[in-house]
Design a protein. Sequence first.
Length: 228
Amino acid sequence: MGETPRSVLMVHGGGGGGWEWAVWRGVFEAARLQVEAPDLQPSSRGLALTGFADYAAQVRAALIALPRPRAVVGASLGGLLAAACADAADAVVLVNPLPPAPWHAQLPGRDWPDVVPWQRDARLTGTRRALPDADEATALFAFRNWRDESGLAMREAHAGIAVARPGCRVLCIASMVDDDVPPALTAALASDWGASLLRAQAVSHVGPLLRRGAADCAAQALAWLSAQ
């Protein structure tokens, strides 16, 4: 199965930040793992011209700076980024990941402006709808911390990114309900890649990270990483 990781890189999804991993980070650090959960940064050309490759370069650089054995954990867009950098990891955990080609063709259709105004247009009521399984404090914190996102990076991800099947072990985590990445799509990816599949009790796209039971989901992922 491989060695238990000494270090873990956690990669957030579009419109989010390293703050999304606060619960998971606490669980992993309690097990004495080194955890890094950086915020993805716009390129020097500005957010509207920040592409998937710009983010992938940041993820790869952060990952290879960590001691081995190391794992990369990614959610949503961060899941696709983690998969794209899996060759630099010893284990991978993908949480409701945006799928690579050819599975991307099964994603719901979306139009993405040059800058996706997730921060500018954020509303607490909308955040509560997006996080139906989160407590009020978590929903409020998320509402205050969403960020605008690169439409270019999102368009590229939804257009299909070619990713080789990882050579290391992989765990895919799928919410019970996910309007952004259908659970059946994550299950199909896991099956094709010979990955383990965990069906989380969450009923939203970011529920495995932010719902009331996020610590339990993190503990299950940690147990899988620690299995020999």
